[in-house]
Design a protein around this ligand. Sequence first.
Ligand code: NAP
Length: 251
Amino acid sequence: MKRHVLILGGTGEALALARLFAAQRPDLAVTTSLAGATSAPVLPPGKLRSGGFGGAEGLSDWLRDEAVAALIDATHPFAATMAGHAAEAAAATGVPRLKLVRAMWPRRDGDRWISVADAPAAASALATLSARRVFLTLGARDLGAFAGLPGVTFTVRMIEAPETPLPLARADLILARGPFGEDDERALMTGRRIDAVVAKASGGEATRGKIDAARGLGLPVVMIARPPLPAGETAADASEALDWIARVLPQ
Ligand code: NAP
């Protein structure tokens, strides 16, 4: 029987990893798990499951029931709850776990980053900047922190429309799926006369365009720091994760 690998996904890296496994490790049965947040995700090769597990306990049960031999947490750097559950479940079941952590964007000359701890701190930073037209590249659950900023027009970009209206008095919603290149980001920022950007310190190529565009335009970027992740082995990309699997589950 093929040994079973579970990838916790929802990122480009998880997709790249599932594709690498399909091409290079046909001896493994690979399942990708998605949170189910978007209705039409890009589908990875291999098996797919969708929706929460029911906390660390639910994930532990799933790992046991499905005889998972290795767990790769390739969720987004800000998916801290899932990362914590993955670490707990791996410890409880003895399943080897790897966290795929993409590199942060390096700071470059001309960057005007204002580093903050979270969305409320980002809102305070915008008030200090007296920003009027802000490009907010955050998920729906972080938007409420900006509701109390009067007189600011927000441009918000999401993959699909949220179920409830945006909690912002003045906001334009753009529906689009990355990757987003620098030229398009610059056109968006100049077209909308953006004077500040709020971004998560996500890193990765797919969303780097806005950082490069902001630098070129001399715009401040209020950068929300990554949440802490559980201790354990990490890989920087899909190819390093494949190397880890070669050690943990040799062919
Ligand atoms: P989160 O806050 O860490 O997790 C919340 C809950 O969602 C988890 O407790 C878990 O539910 C469920 N969940 C999360 N990822 C899952 C997965 N891959 N498979 C099954 N269940 C999952 O996560 P989040 O920040 O909302 O992110 C949700 C998904 O979107 C993740 O797959 C992540 O990679 C992706 N994503 C997140 C961001 C971001 O900025 N946060 C950006 C891009 C993509 P149970 O406790 O019931 O198991």
